[in-house]
Design a protein around this ligand. Sequence first.
Ligand SMILES: [Zn+2]
Length: 337
Amino acid sequence: MSTDQTNSIPSVCVTVGDGLAAYGFGHGHPFGPDRLWAFWNRMQAEGLADQVSVVAPHIADVSEIERFHTGDYVARVRAQSQTGAGYLDAGDTPAFKGIFEAAATVVGSVLDAVDALMSGTCRRAFVPIAGLHHARRDAAAGFCVFNDCGVAIETLRAVYGIRRIAYVDIDAHHGDGVYYAFADDPDVVIADIHEDGRYLYPGTGGAEEAGEGPAQGSKLNIPAPPHADDTFFFSAWEQVEDVVKAARPECILLQCGADSIAGDPLTHLRFTPAAHAHAAARLCQLADTYSAGRLLVLGGGGYNRDNLARAWTAVVAAMIASSTSLPSAFAVPLDQH
Ligand SMILES: [Zn+2]
């Protein structure tokens, strides 16, 4: 275990800038371009903005996006980005002029975060406008154009030689775009707490969906009943930790969608930011044990601006606390098997 971290190292990177905020579907839309600033204003108000290393957004190139997505689909997004007309899916995800560049900036910012983690520039990284977990390899879905989670996983494999990856998702919606892309991959371990698909988009993620073929048992879906609160979350979380520990991942991803917080306009869960802070704090500790501290956190959904600001700020606060106070972060050893 590394003991060379000191308080002087900027341990937590956070991506902030207009290029990343631009991924949104217009003012007044639930997924509007004001989401990033709602988060960042709260970071500043709480005095946390000065405790992280701020990273500028960066646009991915097509070859990077195509590590996950099909060439035909990427070309279609580029074409519709020119006209700004129509939808990219059946009616949830409208095109707008420049949507390709905005979506590619989400991907590029996440890839920069991956590189920062792998090169040791940062110990943890948070990209607020990211975690677009519904996009499929060949299609947009549910406000998600490019699946940055999927591109990150493919990049960890192709560029950095990482095999075992844990993907944890506490967004209110099932992360179907990640689940089905890696359903038969035993080395991508997924643990996903979400509102029961019988009551919420996208309708998938039943407990029986545990992976396919050789990957059977490598995925954990925990559907929560509508109105489930922190009592449900903290109980379910124990199962998530068991899955992550068993995986011994070389890198951990967390999609911390704030639409699972009570009061979201699109969902029915009633978690509080304490759930999100707990997930981040525990995954920091598991990352220190298994993956050289590498934890990539993606903001995900969240359509009540106060909720997303509180939840994501709580997540970053937990990341800062676990990254700078070494004695406490390392004091309680996890099982080392
Ligand atoms: Zn969501």
